[in-house]
Every structure is written in C-alpha cells, then in structure tokens.
Write a new protein. Structure first.
Length: 289
C-alpha cells in the first residue's frame, strides 16, 4: 500500500521546462510535499511544439506533456520523478470566438508507478494579433499586447523550408524597433504579422494559470483512493443531467463526478459536486428552449 503522507518528502523531481516555469511550480511542490525540484536542462521542450507554429505539437496536450517526461527519463535514467506542463488554446465550446486556455501539469513517479495531473481552464482574453505595415503601428499593437511585460512574436517572409521567419526575443523597445526594421526589410509585401508571445516566461497570464494548475495537481495528489490509499483519486468522467427545479428534466449541468483510482481501478460516483441538487429553469432546454 502506498502511503500518501510524506510520499514525496525529500525526494527529487525533474522539471521539464526551458521557460522558467519553476518560478511558480517549484515553491508549491516544495511547500506542499517537501519535493526538491531540479531542471531537466538536457531536454529542449521546443521539439514538442511551439506556440509560434514553426514546430507542430506531436500529440494531444496531455500526451505531449507525457512525451516531455519520457524524454527526461531517457536522458536522466537515474530520475524517479519528473514533471512537465503543456498549455493549449482552443475555441470555447459555447462561444467559439473566445479562446480558452487549458494548462496541464503532469507528474510521473516511476518508483511508485503513479501518473497524476492537475488542470486549469481560463478564458484567454490576453491574446492579441494583427498585421502591421509601419513601426508606429507595430509599437501601438505592442502596447495593446502589454509589451514588454508580455512578449511579442514577429513573422515575415519565408525561409528555405517555406516557413515564416520568426522573431520572439525582444525585451526592450529599442530591441523591438531593431527587429521591426529588419523584418520590414525582408518582408515581401512590406507587412509583418504580430501576435502575443504565449511562452510562459513571456506571458504572465499563462504563468499564473500554470500556478493554478499546479495547485490542482496538489489537490489531486492529496485525494487518495478509499480502498488502497493511493494518491491521485481523480475525476474520470463528468456526468451531466442535473434535474431542472421546475420540470425535473435532466439538464446539461453537472450531476456527478465519477472518480477512479489508477492503481486498483476502484470507482466512486459523487453527486452534486457544485453544491446544488437542482438547476434553475433558465438553464433547462425544455423550460427555456
């Protein structure tokens, strides 16, 4: 039986990142479990996809985080624990014009055969992009993006692989202006595509969501299976169908969570996770079609 208490105390974990995610992840895991974090500097996480689009993500968001960890275990065979995060931006299911940021923080413990994750979702109101044709326009858009606190990505022209030249390292206005001058010069149409840099170390919005996803990881670790006491007793399925308070018909609101233990496969359904047993008729498709 795996004891949840002190499971990670004084153990070391590799954190797979090149974008300073240790700033928000390491203190939480240190304070929460006494887990010592080391950076897996041998792993170039850009090989698993970039937000700027020059390298495609090889798999789903969760599986890409896992690929990062497996690469770390390959390069650091002595490691027992590794952690990686992966972010994604997709259209909101109810409002497709609004992007939704999902952050996943995954921990794998080889010794105890544990795979535990935390996830956080947030409306991504901080994304900005546009096409500019002058330095003045570019600086105005950079201000809207929040530069220099938020980074900017520039794209113009094509390289030998028929992909746009990409620049994303400006941290000062003078550095940005110098990059703009060069990119306007190589642009075939005198225009530059400009967008918010979504890398964690250049995007406070994402960094905060990674911190919140780490807190969700901690909660999941603290959730133990009532049968075998294994950490990571997590939600396997969200079941819809909370009844309407007027007509009693099932709605699209959450009725229950189905928890599952990855160790012993124990399952438990917990009803009314949002604290209410009936839904308002305004959210009922029958009462409010």
């Amino acid at each position: 039986m795996i004891e949840a208490t002190n499971l990670f105390h004084n153990r070391r974990a590799l954190l797979v990142t090149k974008h300073n995610k240790e700033i928000v992840i390491a203190p939480l895991l240190k304070d929460g479990f006494g887990l010592e974090i080391e950076l897996a500097t041998k792993v170039d996480t850009d090989q698993f996809g970039t937000f700027s689009g020059d390298i495609e993500r090889p798999d789903t968001q969760y599986n890409t985080a896992k690929l990062k960890i497996l690469k770390a275990f390959e390069l650091y065979p002595e490691a027992e624990i590794a952690i990686a995060s992966e972010g994604a931006f997709n259209p909101h299911p109810d409002c497709p014009f609004i992007p939704l940021n999902t952050e996943v923080v995954l921990l794998i413990d080889k010794k105890n055969q544990l795979e535990i994750s935390g996830r956080y979702l947030s409306l991504a109101a901080s994304i900005r992009e546009g096409t500019v044709s002058s330095i003045r326009e570019a600086l105005d858009l950079a201000k809207i993006i929040g530069f220099p606190e938020y980074g900017v990505v520039l794209k113009a022209g094509k390289n030998e692989n028929n992909k746009p030249y990409i620049f994303k390292d400006a941290t000062t206005t003078s550095g940005l202006v110098a990059a703009l001058v060069y990119y306007f010069d190589i642009s075939p149409n005198g225009k530059i595509e400009m967008q918010t840099d979504m890398r964690a170390h250049r995007n406070p919005f994402r960094m905060e969501n990674i911190r919140l996803a780490t807190l969700e990881l901690i909660k999941t670790i603290q959730s133990v299976c009532p049968l075998c006491n294994t950490p990571g007793f997590d939600v396997k399925e969200v079941i819809k169908g909370l009844p309407c308070s007027m007509c009693n018909a099932p709605t699209r609101s959450t009725l229950s969570y189905l928890y599952e233990c990855k160790k012993c496969s124990n399952r438990e359904e917990k009803f009314y996770p949002n604290g209410k047993q009936q839904e308002d008729p305004g959210s009922c498709d029958r009462c409010n079609p």
